[in-house]
Design a protein around this ligand. Structure first.
Ligand code: URA
Length: 199
């Protein structure tokens, strides 16, 4: 456990000094923080979003704005708190105006996410939104990759991580519930799929 903590600290340190990142200048000019991740280093379930938004970059914490509040409620609906899971993003620095990360940015931050996955060794990776779904399905070369999120959401897909067999569960981004209230129930039902992995 101490070792996991140390490895995570190392990742944080490297990202803090990642001057080669195209997002580094934007971070420092705005007094933003990188968002490494938050939660249990031995979590069974790991949530992966796209990239920090403004709130997240200001606080250095993932999902701490409006969509984070939805995420907290969804976790609660399956009897979990943030401390029970691990939450992170594909890209650790905020892209300007919340634009999609570029292929160069994704490539630069990918090794950090892969290290985080291998440190925590979750049994389940739940992706939040289309971007994270595409990225993770591609990372594990899952046959269903390229599918539409409206079709893939709530499915339990099999994948092979370096440390063993895992499941990947694509979910809608919690922000969807904010701008489309009619989808709230769907999102809750999809989330309930994770219940069987709660220990
Ligand atoms: N959206 C994301 O994808 N990640 C965050 O951390 C916050 C909002």
């Amino acid at each position: 456990m101490a070792d996991r903590m140390e490895q995570m600290r190392q990742i944080k340190d490297e990202i803090l000094h990642l001057e080669t990142s195209p997002l580094y200048a934007y971070r420092t000019e705005n007094n933003y923080y990188p968002v490494i991740g938050e939660g249990s280093h031995s979590a069974n379930i790991m949530f992966i979003g796209e990239a920090p938004g403004k709130n997240e970059a200001q606080q250095g914490r993932p999902f701490c704005g409006a969509s984070g509040r939805v995420l907290d409620q969804l976790l609660e609906s399956i009897g979990l708190q943030r401390a029970d899971v691990y939450i992170t993003n594909v890209v650790k620095d905020r892209p300007p105006e919340n634009r999609d990360p570029t292929p160069e940015e994704i490539a630069l931050y990918t090794p950090f996410l892969v290290r985080q996955i291998n440190i925590i060794q979750p049994r389940v990776i739940a992706t939040l939104g289309r971007f994270a779904m595409d990225f993770v399905l591609d990372l594990f070369d899952i046959p269903e990759k390229g599918g539409k999120i409206s079709k893939m959401r709530g499915q339990v897909l099999d994948a092979q991580a370096e440390y063993g067999a895992i499941h990947v569960v694509p979910l809608y981004h919690p922000a969807v519930a904010l701008y489309n209230q009619s989808q709230r129930k769907t999102i809750e039902e999809d989330f309930a799929v994770l219940k069987e992995f709660v220990t």
